[in-house]
Design a protein. Structure first.
Length: 131
């Protein structure tokens, strides 16, 4: 289940609603005494943690703090950094290829590869605007 996927968010929201509802419906049927108090306390804590997790997943989906579970949990980042650098090079190469095609069409100059580090084209290929 993806960290940024809709199924995780829906699951957490459903649990955040269903756990307190189940707690209320079964409140009088729970054992009394120390065991009953402990079970009710654990159920309330789980309900609160689930609600906070649902809000956290919503915030992550909205603002894009973490892309994957490995990113969130601090997993091996060497492969991710290499992949990120390779994808950045590919993105710049596609941008310059697109820019060169556009400049040939309109006879405008395109920024050279020497200044590629200063270019910041949009992330979606359809939104490229050159020169």
């Amino acid at each position: 289940m993806s960290l940024t996927g809709l199924p995780l968010f829906v699951l957490l929201v459903a649990f955040a609603i269903l756990i307190p509802l189940a707690l209320v419906l079964t409140w009088s049927g729970r054992p009394h005494g120390l065991l009953g108090r402990a079970l009710r306390f654990i159920a309330m804590v789980v309900a609160q943690v689930t609600a906070v997790a649902a809000v956290g997943v919503w915030a992550n989906n909205t603002f894009g703090f973490y892309d994957s579970w490995a990113d969130l949990l601090g997993g091996s980042q060497a492969g991710a950094l290499q992949q990120s650098a390779a994808s950045e090079r590919d993105r710049r190469a596609r941008y310059h290829a697109h820019c060169e095609r556009e400049s040939l069409k309109s006879q405008r100059n395109c920024p050279g590869l020497a200044s590629a580090s200063t270019l910041s084209p949009p992330s979606r290929p359809r939104d490229f605007r050159c020169c």
